[in-house]
Ligand binder design. Structure first.
Ligand code: GDP
Length: 475
């Protein structure tokens, strides 16, 4: 690590220092925990010399190539609406459950694995490019191969083009599944022609794009598609280190009434075991249980496996990086330092927007002719509602009202949320979640506004009312 790295980290912590200044022992330790290093403090009182070693968060660049093993490809299905993405995903999953274990119940955990000739393929279970883009926006690289579904009777449509562009931007290769070839008006040749215009020239025409003709409805060509995915995977030489501490990414997460926070993690490195200390975003804990995509309790999760992980302190967010740490206290330290950072960001945004307003004060501010910024902390029971709400809130923006979502996450409203709201003058909006007792008390003490809802349009209605000064007070 260079002094530059340290300065960058401290900047994120809200500490403004230069590379030649000395650090407090606390800061050095925090930094070390963040990058997974051991720290030896030399000669306290003098300029600190930190000996940073044994980093484990970026294993890839230190790993001995001989430790790498082939891993299954991770596939996302994209394409225009109604072209058969869902049908295809269902078809592949069904066929496999029947083949793998009779009577197996399929569980929708955000991804699943299937096998062809003993080779695994992982499919992300949410079709479309929204999830794909969202992951990428968070810096997570999940997908190795995109299966682009194009209906043979409809051809290349706007979302087909969007999907092509998303895949290209992410530098992810595309396998085209020309679907609905059972239809009378199916015209695969026209589809191939159109694809060529977007730079996807089929192999049959001398290009390098793999195309497979299928019917998700009549179960035609599905195995051929899986085989082509495996052929491409081989070319891509997908490898990772199966030994060592597990790393991965959170695909989705929610609060389960009986089981507490549950996160589906895609394992991208190492092997995950029950009992491992772990951290994802601001959630930490010890792996209490692992559940696979067939709903079966398992003890170990390996490369490219999607697995439900139980034992988190709270609900992490989709797109969060997942790491097993050396011990539980490291996991806790990292989670807390991240939370601290979010809090700092809250302070920063408060400083930046002196006009930040609570819902209650919004009208007053607009009356004064100022641009009002509505600071919001959003908590919801599931990721889907969270995203839908955030999207609808953004649509409420107008010249005199800006909406700033300071923090959003799945889970109940906690003391931390209230602290952040107090620090950033934000209103907390809970959708199908409520504050716990301590959060309620703290909100009371700090005069933080919490509003809870069960219907999305009520949220929107209230904010619209607030803008015109007609908001009924929350009691
Ligand atoms: P999505 O919006 O891309 O997920 O599309 P769906 O999977 O929901 O499929 C849209 C419609 O097309 C549904 O009514 C499917 O039954 C139908 N469909 C999907 N695949 C095929 C196919 O191979 N042949 C025919 N004829 N219909 C299909």
């Amino acid at each position: 690590r260079t002094p530059g790295d340290i300065v960058r980290f401290l900047l994120l912590q809200g500490e403004l220092i230069t590379a030649t200044q000395s650090l407090s022992d606390d800061m050095v330790e925090l930094f070390a925990a963040e990058i997974g290093a051991r720290v030896k403090l030399v000669d306290p009182g003098q300029e600190q010399e930190a000996v940073l070693s044994a980093k484990y968060f970026d294993e890839d660049d230190t790993v001995d190539p001989s430790l790498l093993a082939e891993r299954p490809p991770v596939v996302t299905v994209m394409g225009h609406v109604d072209h058969g993405k869902t049908k295809l995903l269902d078809r592949i999953r069904e066929a496999n459950v029947v083949a793998q274990e009779a009577g197996g119940i399929t569980q929708h955990i955000g991804a699943y694995q299937v096998y062809l000739n003993d080779k695994a393929i992982t499919f992300i279970d949410t079709p479309g490019h929204e999830a794909f883009t969202q992951m990428r926006a968070r810096g997570a690289k999940v997908t190795d191969i995109v299966v682009l579904v194009v209906a043979a009777d409809d051809g290349v449509m706007p979302q087909t083009v969007e999907a092509i562009n998303h895949a290209k931007a992410a530098d992810v290769p595309i396998v085209v599944a020309i679907n609905k070839i059972d239809r009378e008006d199916a015209d695969p040749n026209r589809v191939m022609q159109q694809l060529s215009e977007y730079g996807l020239v089929p192999e049959a025409w001398g290009g390098d794009t793999i195309t497979v003709q299928i019917s998700a409805l009549q179960n035609l060509g599905i195995d051929d598609l899986l085989e082509q995915i495996l052929v491409l995977a081989e070319v891509l030489e997908l490898k990772a280190n199966p030994s060592g501490r597990a790393t991965g990414v959170v695909l989705e997460a929610n609060l389960d009434v009986g089981r507490g926070p549950v996160a589906t993690v895609l394992i991208q490195g190492g092997t995950l075991h029950i009992g491992d200390p772990m951290v994802a975003g601001i959630a930490w804990g010890r792996v209490k249980a692992l559940v696979n995509d067939k709903g079966k309790s398992i003890k170990i999760a390996s490369l490219a496996m999607p697995v439900q992980v139980l034992g988190f302190s709270e609900v992490p967010s989709a797109g969060d990086e997942f790491n097993v740490t050396a011990d539980l206290s490291t996991a806790k330290t990292i989670a807390e330092s991240r939370e601290q950072r979010i809090r700092m960001a809250g302070y920063a945004s408060r400083a930046a927007s002196a006009t930040g307003a609570k819902l209650e004060d919004l009208f007053e501010q607009i009356q004064k002719g100022e641009t009002a910024t509505l600071n919001i902390i959003l908590k919801a029971d599931v990721q889907g509602s969270l995203e839908a709400l955030a999207e609808s809130l953004r649509k409420l923006e107008r010249p005199e009202v800006k909406v700033s979502i300071i923090h959003k996450a799945v889970g109940g409203i906690t003391e931390n949320d209230v602290g952040l709201a107090a620090a950033s003058n934000a209103t907390i909006i809970g959708f199908n979640v409520r504050p716990d007792r301590r959060a309620r008390e703290l909100a009371e003490a700090q005069d933080v506004e919490i509003r809870t809802y069960e219907i999305i349009y009520k949220v929107i209605e209230d904010i619209e009312s607030a803008v015109v000064g007609m908001l009924a007070p929350e009691y």
